[in-house]
Design a protein around this ligand. Structure first.
Ligand SMILES: [Zn+2]
Length: 362
């Protein structure tokens, strides 16, 4: 078994909304308790003693790993502008989720949880089930019938148990039962939601650092991220923010959230992020009727925006990428579809995050 060594420079948690501080002894699965009492749920984030070296900025010195991260940044040969794709489909189970899975199974093992539980309709379920199997932990996946049949077979082959529910809300209720029984939650389970537990989300900061290194110490003008509750976008934003705060860069990219129907867009126009946003889509990985504080905050603070890309636009972008030899699922290609909407009349350089490989037939 691989060693798990925590980073002693991780000091405490801080609420991203009210700045209340919390001990690392707390697991903080449900975000900031003070903000929850005000019915304004918000995530917390780890704070480090000395945030100026690479090693100090991550929760672990050593953790369980299947070789995730270090994905390629490829220039795209398309008609407009300077655009690159960060190919997260190169991770061991085919999506960016592997970065977080490595951290959450490490924490669950280190703190002796019974196993992992996750509500997912696809990539996250496969990723957590695979990493749990690798780490020797039981795994329960709570899923709706939207879960792809072939994917379900692979997930069950790892030994994970799938518990079926009719609706997304029911998934969260069932998941809470498992959390109360000593399982480690690898996704949100409260409503209105918060981001996934804070140690896990830290893994996505490395995407910002890898882009910074691939750009030889420069940063792109914008980063487009397929988003639902915004773990990925928040993590990348936090990575760029740390590069900026430690004096390595002079600014941070605009963070652009791509969504299949208006949710964050409505929040940025004035609605409360705790609302319920009706909409239907086949882009299952970025589906959902809710918005989180972390997503709103990262987009606002980076002067970013929310862009809606529907299934038709995403399918067009998917076809373009197939012709370049890149095979991503529709929820990923939504990011390129957003780029095609001429954000800021094609800024100097853009990264689109290609979150996951296409498991479904083309
Ligand atoms: Zn708070």
């Amino acid at each position: 078994m691989q060693n798990i060594i925590w980073n002693p420079n991780m000091s405490h948690y801080e609420c991203i909304q009210c700045s209340q501080l919390y001990s690392l002894e707390e697991d903080m699965f449900e975000g900031c308790p003070a903000c929850a009492l005000d019915h304004q749920p918000a995530s917390v984030k780890p704070v480090y003693h000395e945030p100026w070296s690479k090693d100090n900025l991550l929760p672990f010195r050593q953790h369980i790993t299947m070789g995730e991260g270090g994905t390629s940044l490829l220039p795209l040969n398309i008609e407009h502008g300077s655009v690159y794709i960060k190919l997260e489909s190169q991770n061991p189970t085919g999506s960016h989720k592997d970065r977080m899975s490595a951290y959450v199974v490490s924490m669950a093992r280190s703190r002796k949880y019974k196993g992992m539980v996750i509500a997912s309709s696809g990539n996250a379920g496969l990723s957590v089930a695979s990493y749990a199997a690798f780490a020797g932990l039981p795994c329960v996946l709570i899923a709706t019938p939207q879960l792809n049949e072939e994917l379900a077979k692979v997930i069950q082959a790892t030994g994970a148990v799938i518990v079926w529910t009719d609706t997304s809300m029911e998934r969260w209720e069932r998941m809470k039962d498992y959390v109360n029984d000593g399982y480690f939650p690898a996704s949100n389970y409260i409503n209105p939601p918060v981001g996934t537990m804070p140690v896990g989300v830290q893994a996505y900061k490395m995407i910002a650092r890898e882009i910074y290194e691939d750009f030889s110490g420069q940063i792109p003008s914008q980063v487009i991220v397929p988003s639902s509750r915004g773990d990925l976008l928040w993590g990348i934003y936090e990575g760029f923010q740390e590069l900026n705060q430690t004096g390595k860069t002079s600014s941070i990219p605009q963070m652009i959230a791509v969504e299949p129907f208006p949710r964050l867009k409505r929040v940025l126009e004035g609605e409360s992020y705790t609302g319920w946003f009706e909409g239907a889509t086949n882009l299952v990985s970025i589906n959902g009727q809710t918005v989180t504080k972390q997503l709103e905050q990262a987009v606002r603070k980076s002067r970013g925006k929310a862009v809606v890309a529907d299934e038709k636009q995403s399918r067009h972008a998917q076809e373009q990428l197939h012709r370049l030899g890149i095979h991503l699922e529709l929820s990923s290609t939504a990011a390129l579809a957003a780029y095609y909407q001429k954000l800021n009349k094609y800024p100097s350089s853009t990264i689109v995050i290609g979150t996951s490989f296409s498991f479904t037939p083309i």
